[in-house]
Design a protein around this ligand. Structure first.
Ligand code: AMP
Length: 415
């Protein structure tokens, strides 16, 4: 028996209502804040990701699905959504539009992870990017979009974590102080953190191991080492967030896992589970477009995992609207009735009435049982006598009451 590859899953029909609900809310929120959809391909040049996400990151070092295609090109399945959007922004000259350009996506993401609850090798993300301005009011709006999105879905008990990790001017000074601090604790760090200390010291701050976390809690804070521009930016952002009445918490251990972030970083987490099951996160990436070959172009974005959202909707017992399904079943007895069923089902569907017709040669009792299981509201029953009289029997499936009606009355009654 074949099974789905490890870390992937089939989205079965009974799960689809959650997906459609989220897609609908995504479309609503993006329309409210002025984001337009952009769909990029599932794979890109490997270098696009290794250069943007960063060589020292877990994604690039351990998680990318990279291969050489038959033409000898080095290809990577999209491990995140921001770099492809920036590539498209440059490729299609979107810098000539009024800035910021606001784009969103819902797409599959591939990461070779150790699968566990809420962590898969193929998952889906909703994300959006506002490219072309460094106004802190844009940061506030981007954070507000995410917060309002989760509220609109019905989620509650969420926390909004915020930090500023500075820019290329002030971060090197902070990293020196951070490394000096960690030099006193090298023996106590987990093996991953020992490597991080050399390759990516900022990531020491968000290690999930208890002892590393304890050390991180007392580490120097990036917000105390910001240059004047970054400090002003952060203070203005906090003021806008207060104006928007967003309940943010400054968390100096929040750094995010991708190298391209500058200044603002933020995450939205379920209060109970915290960072282990972050619903979504984002931040500024003011240097990324330039690193990809464009002019200096500040930008900020956010992404959220759809499976994580569904996990939280279920945990919080939030009902989602059922998907529309056919409400009418047509049962029949006899060959002529079968012909009539085929014609009638087609006519009703052409008139916008969803119908399931009895297929095969089951007894009437078995057909009614099937109609019951399908949860239809009405069953139309056709037999030889009805055909002769130009009638059908209409059965209300809730009350089990039946009445004989003229076939040409049926459509009107069902509508
Ligand atoms: P990131 O691109 O790592 O910032 O992830 C953005 C969001 O995607 C996270 O906050 C999660 O909600 C979700 N996410 C990230 N990695 C996974 C994964 N392996 N499986 C499921 N969801 C994920």
């Amino acid at each position: 028996m074949y099974r789905v590859p490890r870390g992937t899953s089939d989205i079965l029909p009974k799960e689809q209502a959650y997906w459609r609900y989220i897609e609908q809310e995504v479309a609503n929120i993006c329309q409210l804040y002025g984001y337009e959809r952009l769909d990029a391909p599932a794979f890109e040049d490997t270098q696009l990701f290794s250069r943007s996400v960063g060589e020292g990151t877990d994604i690039v070092e351990k998680q990318m699905y990279t291969f050489q295609d038959r033409g000898g090109n080095q290809i990577t399945l999209r491990p995140e959504g921001t770099a492809p959007i920036c590539r498209a922004y440059l490729e299609h000259g979107l810098h000539s539009l009024p800035q910021p350009v606001k784009l969103y996506y819902i797409t599959s993401i591939f990461r070779y992870e150790r699968p566990q609850s809420g962590r898969y090798r193929q998952h889906y993300q909703f994300g959006y990017e506002a490219i072309g301005d460094d106004d802190p009011a844009l940061d506030a709006e981007v954070i507000d979009t995410a917060w309002q999105f989760f509220l609109a879905l019905g989620l509650h008990l969420l926390s909004l974590q915020l930090n500023s990790i500075g820019c290329k001017k002030c971060r090197p000074g902070y990293l020196t102080v951070l490394k000096d601090y960690y030099a006193n604790y090298t023996r106590d760090l987990c093996s991953d953190c020992k490597t991080r200390l050399k390759r990516n010291p900022l990531r020491l701050l968000d290690c999930k191991k208890p002892l590393c976390q304890q050390i991180a809690n007392s580490a120097p804070r990036s917000i105390d080492y910001l240059c004047q521009q970054c400090d002003t930016h952060f203070n203005k952002l906090k003021r806008y967030l207060e104006l928007l009445e967003l309940p943010f918490i400054v968390n100096h251990c929040l750094v995010r896992g991708l190298d391209y972030y500058t200044r603002t970083v933020f995450e939205i987490q379920p209060e109970a589970e915290g960072a282990q099951s972050t619903l979504g996160g984002g931040g500024r990436y003011d240097d990324l477009i330039e690193e990809l070959g464009g002019k200096p172009t500040p930008a900020i974005g956010f992404a959220s995992g759809i499976e994580r959202i569904i996990l939280n909707l279920k945990r919080q017992n939030i009902p989602v609207p059922a998907l529309p399904r056919p409400r009418v079943f047509i049962a029949n007895v006899g060959d002529e009735a079968k012909d009539e069923t085929v014609k009638l089902a087609s006519t009703l569907r052409k008139n916008g009435i969803g119908v399931i017709e009895a297929i095969g040669s089951k007894s009437l009792k078995a057909q009614l049982r099937q109609a019951n299981t399908l949860g239809v509201h009405h069953t139309v029953i056709i037999g030889d006598e009805e055909i002769k009289a130009g009638t059908v029997i209409l059965r209300d499936m809730t009350t089990a009451q039946q009445k004989t009606i003229l076939i040409n009355q049926l459509q009107g009654l069902l509508k």
